[in-house]
Ligand binder design. Sequence first.
Ligand code: HEC
Ligand code: HEC
Length: 220
Amino acid sequence: MQITIRLTALLLLGLLQINYVMADQDAATNMLADTCVACHGKDGNSVGPAIPSLAGMSPNYLMGAMLAYKYDDDEDKLDSVIESDTDFEDIEAFPRYSTIMGRLAKGYTEEEIKLIAHYFSSETPVRPTQAFDSTNAAQGKKLHDKYCEKCHEDEGRLADDDTGVLAGQWKPFFLYSMSDFKQGHRAMPKKMKKKLDEMAETDGPEAIEKLADYYSSITE
Ligand code: HEC
Ligand code: HEC
């Protein structure tokens, strides 16, 4: 009898401790994410328009972006950090230009980046209402299906592609990203570059504007 009571007490104590550690970790993550939320909005749903929403993006994409910002001027270091950590094994990070994030990301450790990435990934995206041209949006949908859907599935909603989220992303941010890719300020997979070049040749520079109208027309 006494042994049972003791065992139960020990078990309860253990459970309490586990709960305590988990609550502690949640609080730490919230504190870390607070800084981000100031710009990226509550739960990572930005009130825009030049700052991207992060909610619902895949952990791999978010970690890759943060690591790319953190090691922006040192590609060898970026590669070696990714190779040396099994939590990063499915990440393909592409160097990218930034106005703010490069400086900010340097203040976070790899472990903090993991916690923050999982936090924003678990939040539900809220897609804002944005002005768009509906003729453009209809043509943009066709362009998306032809050139982008293969890697940005489900109209650019699917997080598991590890390609960010295009559906309902803020239009100015999308246009900045496309301009960064075009000018070579942001790296991308070779196959995406091939599609962008093909699109520019066949459909002209206005294709980007049409895609922007299409993605910003998506509110669900
Ligand atoms: C002062 C405002 C500000 C703060 C604070 C901030 N961000 Fe950003 N974030 C930006 C801007 C602006 C961009 C676009 C890139 C750039 O120009 O720096 C961006 C881009 C990003 C992207 C790329 C999204 C994409 O679709 O590719 C990620 C990921 C990101 N931020 C994560 C974070 C995290 C995590 C934090 C907190 C640790 C954070 N940001 C804090 C302003 C901010
Ligand atoms: C071969 C696969 C592939 C194709 C095709 C492709 N993409 Fe991508 N795209 C990617 C990957 C991978 C990333 C993530 C890059 C990174 O991590 O920085 C990406 C990222 C992006 C981003 C940045 C998202 C963000 O949140 O910052 C935009 C914008 C984008 N793609 C637009 C397009 C458009 C528009 C098309 C069609 C014209 C297209 N892509 C076709 C693979 C592809």
